[in-house]
Design a binder for this molecule. Structure first.
Ligand code: ZN
Length: 147
């Protein structure tokens, strides 16, 4: 009688190529995101932050006009980071527990994607809009995709 363990081993053996293929596809899809989240340049001090914002801002802005962007350290609802429009012309990035280049890319995408403008004008985003804004900001920060 063949044990369950050896049947499972035989099954795995017969599906080796399929399992490897799925592994390669998953690594290609999520590898860059995992890499960007875990190995992104860390912001250790204020000069790192200023330099990274300066480097990433033109890429996030693309062809639109430059905006006044300020920053501070502080508490945010998710303990990570946040961005907001604070006056007619000014935007603020608040850095909480997540301080790296990927975070700056994410928040700059929110600012230049107009995600902060509607909230400032007291127009409320629907939950679906908020989820879409987060997904698009992450796709930009992880893969450089502008949707
Ligand atoms: Zn976000």
């Amino acid at each position: 009688m063949i044990s369950a363990e050896s049947r499972f081993k035989k099954y795995l053996q017969s599906r080796k190529k399929l399992i490897a293929g799925i592994g390669v596809v998953l690594a290609c899809l999520f590898g860059p995101a995992v890499y960007r989240e875990n190995f992104s340049e860390e912001i250790k001090n204020t000069s790192d932050l200023i330099r990274i914002v300066k480097e990433e801002e033109p890429r996030a802005r693309k062809n639109s006009a430059s905006r006044h962007i300020y920053w501070r350290y502080g508490k945010t609802p998710w303990g990570t980071a946040a961005s907001a429009k604070i006056s007619e012309e000014d935007y603020m990035i608040i850095l909480d527990g997540r301080r790296n280049r990927t975070t700056i890319c994410h928040e700059l995408y929110h600012i230049y994607g107009g995600h902060c403008d509607k909230a400032f004008e007291k127009g409320d985003w629907t939950t679906a809009d908020k989820i879409k804004n987060e997904i698009t900001a992450n796709l930009y920060a992880w893969y450089g995709l502008r949707l």
